[in-house]
Design a protein around this ligand. Sequence first.
Ligand code: BES
Ligand code: MN
Ligand code: ZN
Length: 501
Amino acid sequence: MEFTVKSGDPEKQRTACIVMGVFEPRRLSPGAERLDEISGGYISKLIRRGDLEGRIGQTLLLHDVPNTLCDRVLLVGCGRERDLGDSQYRKIVAIAVNTLNEKGAMEAVCYLAELNVKHHDITWKIRQAVETAQSTLYRFDQMKSKKDTERRPLRKLVFSVPSRRELTDGEQALQVGLAIAQGVELTKNLGNMPANICTPTYLADQARELAKQYKSITVDVLETADIEKLGMGSFLSVARGSIQPPKLITVEYNGDKKQGKPVVLVGKGVTFDSGGISIKPSDKMDEMKYDMCGAASVLGTLTAIAEMRLPINVVGVIPATENMPSGSATKPGDIITSMSGQTIEILNTDAEGRLILCDALTYSERYDPVAVIDIATLTGACVVALGKHAIGLLSNHSPLAHDLLNAGKTSGDRAWEMPLWDEYQEQLKSNFADMANIGGREGGTITAACFLSRFTKKLHWAHLDIAGTAWLSGDKKGATGRPVPLLTQYLMDRCTEKTGG
Ligand code: BES
Ligand code: MN
Ligand code: ZN
């Protein structure tokens, strides 16, 4: 879809539709007020009759409003004015975009970014509106033989800003929003792709596509023999059960000409997690195609920052494999040696994420990174603890944790910190190896992170558990693209910090 910004009075807009907010109870926003005056009280009359209370979720579509140049006016309920915060704003924009798309208004001028949203400026409002609009219209229909497309889909959305002074900021916000939306879309597409197509080889090919698309990106793919040479016994123990060959994908984005130390993003790329010999129950097992969403979010974030040409260096490291049961699969009780030299007793082959991540984390040391962040659909326990709204965050470096939490708040892609205390490490004790790969039922998200922390002692490291946030279940089943907005924001913040801006 095409987006632009513009400033000007609503009655002068020659367009298919104008979008205006109405607050609860029956209170017109400044823009709607203006249209009301011009039209001789046309809007307030309808509202007094009870056509629109102003609750979030309500809409009213008006045709041929007197003295305007537009075909239609879409009034959107915004709830109480003083309650208008981040999530309300996103909901309102989503409802407006959906309505426009369904009602055949192929273009519209939207005044919603002019509303006051608590703690936010026009830059934030436009950026969020673009991301929300793109997310709302997203469909994964690549696999449908007949696509149910709208007859007259929304093609162009113009955001009105209060004055010409805001035009430049608005334009920039559009570009940032579009870059993030593009990263989110790639992440969703990869996540939603079924596991018979989205294999480790497919992920490697997708990474190579990025290198073709952007001059700033280079890709290297290591094969089984290379991974063996590196001594990644832990990663390979997961791959053993599958016919699909594993891949260690590295993606380097070079945006900082001064060759500054990079940030490394490590993404869990289990393209299907059956559990292995410790096989999962069959209910909802299809959703384990989403077990590569960490990897997908790394590729999505690299896309977003390459689009923006951020002046920073970032390396993506993706261990990609299936986790399958077979005659060659790792068995409970097997002991393997990780790249770090530490030995691991595998008590449950379904705790495979940490086994591929630990070697990838050891590998990331070679980039001499300023920070390493791993992103993984790691534990069912995280879904129990935080539900589907917050990402779990655990870190060995509090400034890094702080920056990530803040980036989550700014981008609306929020994380919540959990403790990485030494006391929890005891749960990983093994009688036969340096550690076990599971820590029992209690604090499952924390003991998983404790396991990883044993491989990141030399690093400033943070772990994002996205098991609850990477996809939605039920009739809204689909990847969310999280945490691309959080990660992109974090990298953007690092750039402004550096230049003292
Ligand atoms: N990919 C799963 C985690 C997961 C489960 C994410 C359900 C989202 C929904 C991971 O590999 C896994 O199986 N973890 C186990 C760990 C356990 C065996 C210690 C889990 O959470 O049950
Ligand atoms: Mn598993
Ligand atoms: Zn898994």
